[in-house]
Structures are given as C-alpha cells and as structure tokens.
Design a protein around this ligand. Structure first.
Ligand SMILES: C[S@@+](CC[C@H](N)C(=O)[O-])C[C@H]1O[C@@H](n2cnc3c(N)ncnc32)[C@H](O)[C@@H]1O
Length: 311
C-alpha cells in the first residue's frame, strides 16, 4: 500500500472515530489491540471471498434465465392465505434477491429497468409502490444462516433445502460452511437442470452437493436423514391444502434435535394455514450459535431468517 493510500485510510478512520465519544473510542482501541480483532479480520476476509464466489455464480445464472428469474416451466401464483394473501400479480414484481442485492435493485431502478410503482387508475399520479418478491434467499441472509445462526462446525451434518430452485442455499452452504452433505430437493425439472449445470461448471464436489428432482413428499428418507432443513416460503408454488400437508409430513419425518430454518416466522406460517395450535409446540425458537460473529451483521440483516430446533 502506498503512503498516499495509508494517509487516506487514516483519514477515513479518523472521520469515523470523530463521531464516537471517548468511551466508545477506548472500546474500539481495546478491540483493535486484541487477539479477537485479528480473528475477526480473518473471518471478514473469508466472508468477502465467499461473497465473490456467490456473486460470480449469480452472474452466470443471470445469463441463463429471464430477468424476473421465473422459468417458463414454473407456475407461480400469489398465495390465497397467510400474510401475502393480499399480493396480486398486478401489485407485485419479482426480483431475485440472490441475483440482485439491495444496491443492484437501486441501480436497476435508477436506470429504469425495474419499476417500483404501479398506477391505481391510469395516467394519474395516484400510484402505489409495488411489492418486491424474491423466491431465492439473499446472499446476506445466507451469510447470516451459516456465519451466525447455525453452529460453526457442522462437518458431520446433512443440510436439506426444500425446493432448492436456483440453488442459492446449496451454494451458500458450499462456500460459507463446512457442512458435510448438501442436498436440494426440487420438483421443477428445469430448476434442477440449472442447479446441476452450475454445480458442474463451478467444479463443486459432487460427493458433497447434489440436487434431486422430486416432490419432497416422496422423499421422507432424505428428510429423515437431514440434520438441518431449510424451508424458504413455499406458498407461491402450491395451494394451501398441499402446504398444510407438507408441514404435517415434516412433523412426522424430521428427526428430533434437527435444526429448521425458515424465511418467515413459523408462527405466521402456521397461523396462515390455521394449524398453529397443532404444530407450534413441535418446534422451539433458537438463539444464534455463533454470537461471536455478531459484529458482521446489522440487526436487520437477520430479521427475516428464523432458526428453530425440532422437539
Ligand atoms: C421460494 S422457492 C425456494 C428457493 C430456495 N430454497 C431458496 O431459498 O433460495 C420454493 C421452491 O420450492 C419448490 N417446491 C414447492 N413445492 C415443492 C415440493 N412439494 N417438493 C419440492 N419442491 C417444491 C418450488 O418449485 C420452488 O422452486
């Protein structure tokens, strides 16, 4: 690093420190002089590296699928029950959070490639903000799952992503954790082919990561053999009856002590399906297992990811 760069770094640090009071400065100074700081710096670098791998995969996927990330063979419809029951095709727009993070969404909006509003009665200024929907887990949420919520060492565990779609959770598990076995079960064949293509193109270890084309209801064996089960909201892809059936099926087949990770609180999902009283005691909400990494996350980063243990 050149002398000029170092001066510029010092200047940026001073800018930041000048916003702190004396006690806060002392706290930060103690942290920088500690062993913990070196460890945190290593983790930060490894997070940046895995982020690069995931961004690269996202760029490849963007070239293979339409801008709205909905494949021709998919049937996606707003749910009729639950907290998104008021969403319609007219009032929403799909932008995939794994492929486009908040900054990219903002850029796309500025460039006019993504519209954020719709007109309530044509040609008027009576407009309303569109609901942005994503059917993938964002890169930030993946970091939160693997670097904050789950235990650090999961080498002897199997993770299952129910409905793995573009494969975001599978790639996140691959690059952000040491989990021994990564399985995606996806009922849409085109999505499976896309995930297999990415796994091959990026030379991922086929003994560690695989995708199975199936309805999850036909694979109780995989559910039972998994220690960590990820369920991102399924309700745009199935009707309420089948959705209910899936939760009863999970209650029957997920083994005790497994982790369940969801992108909507289970209380909301089960209430929406009117099976709250029957199923809520089956799971217990869980504290993050890697609290030492909280420095990498803003409170809102992990707002939409929930970790439970199965009782
Ligand atoms: C919201 S997407 C989840 C994407 C992915 N898990 C993630 O978090 O990035 C839901 C996916 O579940 C799939 N799916 C829905 N019902 C399913 C079922 N019964 N068996 C297998 N896959 C299913 C859909 O085809 C869709 O690709």
């Amino acid at each position: 690093m050149s002398e000029d760069n170092i001066i510029s770094v010092k200047c940026r640090l001073l800018e930041l420190f000048s916003t702190l009071d004396n006690e806060e400065v002392a706290h930060v100074e103690k942290w920088i002089c500690s062993h913990a700081f070196k460890k945190d710096l290593e983790i930060k670098k490894s997070l940046t590296n895995s982020e690069k791998s995931l961004v690269k995969i996202g760029k490849t996927i963007k070239k293979l699928i339409p801008f709205n990330a909905e494949l021709p063979s998919e049937t996606i419809a707003p749910p009729t029950v639950g907290d998104q029951a008021d969403v319609t095709k007219e009032s929403s727009c799909h932008i995939d959070e794994f492929l486009y993070d908040d900054n990219e969404v903002e850029d796309l909006t500025k460039q006019g490639k993504l519209k954020r509003f719709y007109c309530l009665d044509c040609n008027s200024r009576n407009i309303k903000e569109l609901t942005l929907l994503s059917h993938s887990t964002s890169r930030r949420a993946l970091q939160c799952i693997f670097k904050f919520l789950l235990p650090k060492d999961i080498e002897d565990k199997q993770i299952l992503d129910v409905g793995s779609r573009l494969g975001a959770v599978l790639y996140g598990a691959y690059y952000l954790s040491n989990v021994g076995s990564i399985v995606g079960v996806e009922m849409n064949k085109e999505c499976c082919e896309l995930q297999e293509r990415i796994i091959g193109q990026y030379s991922m270890d086929a003994d560690r990561i695989k995708v199975i084309h199936s309805d999850i209801l036909d694979r109780s064996d995989i559910v039972h053999n998994s220690d960590i089960i990820v369920v991102n909201t399924l309700d745009h892809f199935l009707d309420a009856d089948k959705h209910k059936q899936i939760w009863y099926f999970f209650k029957k087949h997920i083994k005790k002590g497994s982790y369940l990770i969801t992108s909507r609180s289970m209380a909301d999902t089960l209430s929406g399906l009117e099976i709250f009283d029957e199923l809520i005691s089956w799971i217990t909400i869980c504290r993050p297992n890697q609290m030492e990494n909280e420095v990498f996350f803003a409170p809102e980063d992990c707002d939409e990811i929930f970790l439970y243990t199965v009782n």
